[in-house]
Design a protein around this ligand. Structure first.
Ligand code: SAM
Length: 263
């Protein structure tokens, strides 16, 4: 049985909802998130501290927690917690502007900036991250070739990290209750030497038409690629993927296509 936490006084539910602030009120889910990685001796970054629901548990397990929170009304909750725990640094600021230096990153992310935050994490020197995201977004992050959710985001993630589902989280685990369900995913960074070399423009052009075969998708994206349709059809025919549906292309296939287009 899940014992729900009473919501601390703070931003009103209406204000919180309008800022995409839905606070975890399920200790079970908080535990699942914190237990997803070994934390002993680690310096952890948390994005979006809220009232410190996750921060407190991270501080109990890790060496240090640096928590970034953009809402000035929530800073006093985090500073009070920091005084109590003694190993929390509170940063008032925008996570998109603050540097990410830690190897271990956690966050129940503000969903309206999930894409730039996930990209910023992937571009950082992180080794592991555990993130709460809107369910549909997280499902696209973990999707494999052939699945209906396999997209440009799946490719961007898989080319830099292994991404796994940790837990599905129903909307009722938050206060105020959001309109969407959530998912917790774990990212484990690939060593730089194992990160494939993909042509971003090619991947974007292909996935704009993910239900089509490579030949048609490239032909339909000729303008974006600044190339001639005929030239792109000939290019597709020169590879072994002309009639493969874009959604079925593995990362290796995309690497081959990227290399072939560069020649
Ligand atoms: N960690 C808490 C929890 O799990 O209940 C709060 C999660 S709530 C979904 C997201 C938090 O991120 C909010 O506290 C919100 O104020 C904060 N936030 C929103 N945009 C932010 C940004 N650009 N930089 C840092 N924090 C942000």
């Amino acid at each position: 049985m899940d014992s729900r936490r009473a919501r601390p006084a703070g931003p009103s539910p209406a204000r919180a909802r309008s800022r995409g602030q839905c606070f975890l009120n399920s200790p079970t889910i908080v535990n699942e998130i914190v237990e997803a990685l070994p934390l002993k001796g680690k310096n952890v970054l948390e994005i979006g501290g809220g009232h410190g629901e996750l921060t407190a548990e991270l501080a109990d397990k890790a060496k240090n927690v640096r928590v970034i929170e953009s809402d000035p009304e929530l800073i006093p909750f985090l500073e009070k917690l920091a005084r109590k725990k003694g190993n929390i640094e509170v940063v008032e600021g925008d996570a998109l502007d603050e540097p990410f230096g830690e190897k271990t990153i956690f966050g129940n992310l503000p969903y309206y900036i999930s894409t730039p935050l996930v990209m910023k994490i992937l571009d950082s020197s992180f080794t592991s991250a555990v993130l709460m995201l809107q369910k549909e977004f997280g499902e696209r992050m973990v999707a494999k070739p052939g699945s209906k959710n396999y997209s440009r985001l799946s490719v961007a993630v898989a080319s830099r990290a292994v991404c796994e589902t940790v837990a599905y989280v129903p909307a009722e685990c938050f206060d105020p209750v959001p309109a969407v369900d959530s998912i917790v995913v774990k990212l484990t960074a690939l060593p730089k030497s194992k990160q494939p070399n993909l042509d971003d423009a090619l991947v974007r052009a292909l996935f704009q038409h993910s239900g089509q075969n490579v030949r048609n998708a490239l032909s339909h994206s000729a303008r974006e690629l600044g190339r001639d349709k005929k030239e792109l059809r000939e290019f597709a025919d020169s590879t072994s993927y002309a009639s493969t549906r874009v959604r079925d292309l593995s990362i290796n296939a995309l690497v081959e296509l990227s290399a072939a287009l560069r020649v």
